[in-house]
Design a protein around this ligand. Structure first.
Ligand code: FES
Length: 136
C-alpha cells in the first residue's frame, strides 16, 4: 500500500466519535471523517451534513456519535456509521458521501481514486461564529 495514502493508525480511529482528515479533489480540498462501526469496520465520509451542506459533522474535535449513528449538531439528523444513511431528521433517507478506505497492516489507507490524502485534521480556516470556511 502506498504510504502517501496512509491516513492514520487503525488504532487511532474512534468508535464513539470521528477522526477528521483532509483530502484533495482536483484543486479543491475537502474534509472527511473516519469512524469505527460496532462491527469493527473503519468507514469514511465527507464531513458535511446532507441537510445543510455547509454544516460540518466534525468541527475539529470529533463528531458526536450515539448508538452507532453520527449526530449532526445543527438539527439533530442521525446517520448510520456503516452506511451513512440518515435514519432521522430533516434529511431522512439521504446518504453521506462515502470515501473509500481500507485497513491494512494496522494502518488506514485512502483507496478512493477520486481523492488524494492531504493530512490529518483540517487544512482550512473556519470562522467559528458562522461555521463557514474562510477563503475557499
Ligand atoms: S444541518 Fe444537519 S440536520 Fe440540519
Amino acid at each position: 500500500m502506498d504510504e502517501d495514502s496512509r491516513i492514520a493508525d487503525a488504532a487511532e480511529v474512534p468508535d464513539d466519535s470521528t477522526l477528521l482528515f483532509t483530502v484533495r479533489d482536483g484543486f479543491d480540498e475537502r474534509e472527511a471523517i473516519l469512524t469505527r462501526t460496532a462491527a469493527g469496520e473503519v468507514t469514511a465520509f465527507e464531513n458535511y451534513c446532507q441537510h445543510w451542506t455547509d454544516v460540518r459533522l466534525d468541527k475539529g474535535s470529533g463528531a458526536t456519535k450515539r448508538d452507532g449513528e453520527l449526530v449532526c449538531g445543527k438539527h439533530g439528523a442521525l446517520f448510520e456509521d456503516d452506511s451513512g444513511c440518515c435514519t432521522y431528521g430533516p434529511c431522512e433517507g439521504a446518504v453521506l458521501e462515502r470515501i473509500a478506505v481500507t485497513v491494512e497492516n494496522g494502518g488506514v489507507y485512502l483507496t478512493d481514486d477520486d481523492y488524494e490524502f492531504v493530512q490529518v485534521g483540517s487544512s482550512m480556516e473556519y470562522d467559528l461564529s458562522s461555521n463557514r470556511s474562510l477563503g475557499f
